[in-house]
Design a protein around this ligand. Structure first.
Ligand SMILES: Cc1cc2nc3c(=O)[nH]c(=O)nc-3n(C[C@H](O)[C@H](O)[C@H](O)COP(=O)(O)OP(=O)(O)OC[C@H]3O[C@@H](n4cnc5c(N)ncnc54)[C@H](O)[C@@H]3O)c2cc1C
Length: 437
């Protein structure tokens, strides 16, 4: 039997503050039974389990994770909660799809807002909007397409030139930017840990319990190193990870991306910048360019570099290469802050599908999944998990149709063809975005 390759990041998540003490959940030891087993405690798994548990408090639901919520990509991301689709296209059908997608993302945000209010989760949540910025002064096409999309969606925005951006961001690195007010910034680790710690009573959590295999039969068996769970239903909330667990050909590729954070700026260092409140910036080219944030506690975050990670493993050497790259980029963006050190670099995996569609629904009798985040998953995976619970229980929800309208992910070839295809596509994006770093 082929066992699952369990994800591992050889680095520390820089969002974890010393005062954030994630609850320690036990490892599963011994055999047990459940009505549902949820594999993975990121946004998809947590929202799915909560919804299922609230619908039927008599269900016995178990969540298992190879590590824990604080180590998931849900805790390791850049903390943008985005309510707008990025690429829309020009046809009426594409616009309709984009509108459905926006409704899904907005509902994901509504659900997260409710949770943090009801459970008093402190996660530095702020309606800060975001700047979408371009370095290359000569290329007018990309941002024009972006504003055309915003016009088509009837979304407000503000066009900003180099000097206007300097006043907000303290750098003249970018030549042009578009500010949209409808994005939220958070500390993602505080958010996902808070959500995981506030699940209904009929959900039991096991951490450091990797699922090595799923045996299908009259009763499904979820095999972990020190105990097997007999169940009727499994939800794979693993995004693209542990491909060996999915009962059908994988339509997702796991890629890793990296983030670094600086030490908090001293009062003296802050004098080298205009007076700034916290903000978030996304690059026009997400593969080559850098996502940047200035946090409430005066630190800079840089997210940049994407690499294949089909088994979800990132080594210390890969992490160190990212540190060097991020330091170089930070020095370019903020030459006046060369004395500000990076204090942490970490990685996390994202799922990429060939056509950008999610992998959502029942894969085989009793095996469900909500994967295929395509790089943005805080709001998307939250709503995908919630709707999947409704769908699995046969409960109608007006947005299930919108979820299905996003389409189905296309076939991806197995390795080594897949590895070559990913390598070529990354090379192409890096070339196209070479002026953005
Ligand atoms: C550096 C970085 C920056 C990002 N920035 C943003 C952003 O700003 N905004 C945004 O919306 N998205 C962002 N993303 C993407 C976002 O983090 C993901 O879309 C989201 O975390 C996916 O959530 P999920 O619940 O589907 O999966 P995950 O958060 O990946 O959770 C999957 C869980 O499954 C577990 N698992 C896997 N295999 C097994 C197994 N065999 N047994 C048991 N458990 C297993 C893992 O341990 C993990 O905890 C970013 C990602 C990264 C890495």
């Amino acid at each position: 039997m082929k066992y699952a390759s369990v994800p591992l990041n050889q680095n520390q998540n820089g969002w974890l503050k010393p005062d954030l003490r994630p609850t320690v959940y036990p490892t599963l030891i011994g055999d047990t039974e459940a009505d549902w087993v949820v594999v993975g405690c990121g946004f998809a798994g947590i929202s799915f389990a909560r919804r299922l548990a609230n619908h039927d408090p008599k269900l016995k639901i178990i969540i298992v994770d190879a590590a824990c919520a604080a180590e998931s990509s849900s805790a390791r991301n850049s903390g943008f909660i985005i309510g707008l689709p990025h690429n829309i296209g020009s046809s009426t059908a594409e616009l309709k799809k984009a509108q459905s997608y926006r409704s899904l993302l907005q509902e994901g945000i509504n659900q997260l807002t409710q949770q943090i209010e009801q459970q008093g989760i402190e996660c530095e949540w702020e309606n800060a909007g975001k700047y979408h910025c371009q370095v290359d002064a000569a290329n007018q096409r990309v941002l024009k397409e972006y504003t055309d999309n915003l016009d088509a969606m009837n979304e407000p925005y503000q066009i900003m030139d180099k000097e206007a951006l300097y006043r907000k961001l303290g750098t003249r690195f970018y030549n042009k930017g578009i500010y949209t007010p409808s994005s939220i910034l958070v500390n993602p680790a505080s958010l996902i840990v808070g959500l995981a710690n506030n699940l209904p009573d009929n959900v039991t959590m096991y951490n450091h319990t990797p699922v090595m295999a799923i045996r299908h039969g009259s009763v499904t068996q979820v095999v972990t190193p020190f105990g097997t769970i007999r169940t009727a239903n499994v939800m794979l909330a693993t995004n693209a990870l542990s491909r060996e667990l999915a009962p059908v050909t994988s339509q997702q590729a796991a890629m890793a991306t990296f983030a670094s954070i600086t030490a908090p700026l001293t009062a003296e260092q802050r004098q080298k910048l205009p007076t700034m409140s916290s903000w978030g910036l996304t690059p026009v080219n997400a593969i080559a360019g850098a996502t940047v944030r200035y946090t409430q506690d005066h630190r800079f975050l840089i997210r940049q570099h994407v690499t294949p990670a089909l088994n979800g493993r990132i080594t210390a050497a890969q992490t160190y290469q990212a540190t060097l790259l991020h330091q170089q980029i930070f020095n370019k963006i903020y030459p006046q802050l060369r004395d500000v050190p990076l204090t942490s670099t970490w990685s996390g995996t994202i799922s990429v599908t060939r056509n950008g569609a999610p992998v959502w629904g029942e894969l085989k009798k009793g095996i469900y999944t909500a994967g295929g985040c395509n790089g943005a998953g805080v709001s998307k995976q939250t709503i995908a998990g919630t709707l999947l619970a409704d769908y699995a229980l046969g409960i109608d929800h007006p947005l299930i149709g919108a979820m299905q309208e996003l389409g189905k992910a296309n076939y991806l070839p197995p390795s080594p063809v897949l590895d070559i295809a990913i390598g070529v596509s990354l090379m192409k994006e890096r070339y196209l975005g070479r002026k953005e770093v």
